[in-house]
Design a protein around this ligand. Structure first.
Ligand SMILES: [Zn+2]
Length: 136
């Protein structure tokens, strides 16, 4: 975009520290990394990463088990959407939200989504969900 529009401000609006890029937004940026880590740090444990290339690799192949793979993929999808929306709101002059607000919103979204899965009779899946949410 900087090549198309001379003088365009491409500084990250989430941290105001450096130039915006895909890998910066997801999740080199200290703001977005704070959100990501709070959501999946406990779940991923020693496998935790905020590196975009590593994340793509992780979600591209089955992880620890089916439940964890589902949760990491779904959490990533929801987090990307909410971070991108926050970025766009700030670009258009809206009031910024702190990282804790985004974490709370994404967590609520995930829980509502998972309520639709709960009660399907898959006891193993439900037990793993409890473990995952207990890790936050
Ligand atoms: Zn940033």
């Amino acid at each position: 975009m900087q090549q198309w529009i001379t003088g365009l401000n491409t500084t990250c609006v989430l941290c105001n520290d450096t130039q915006e890029s895909c890998s910066h937004l997801f999740f080199e940026c200290r703001y977005s990394e704070q959100v990501w880590k709070k959501l999946v740090g406990g779940m991923m444990q020693e496998g935790y990463t905020a590196d975009w290339t590593e994340l793509v690799e992780i979600i591209s192949k089955p992880w620890l088990n089916q439940t964890m793979t589902f949760l990491i993929r779904y959490t990533l999808q929801a987090t990307l959407h909410v971070i991108w929306r926050e970025r766009n709101l700030r670009r258009h002059g809206e009031q910024p939200h702190d990282a804790a607000h985004l974490v709370q919103f994404i967590d609520k979204t995930l829980r509502l989504k998972l309520l639709s899965v709960k009660g399907t009779g898959n006891k193993h899946f439900e037990e793993n969900l409890m473990i995952c949410f207990g890790s936050r």
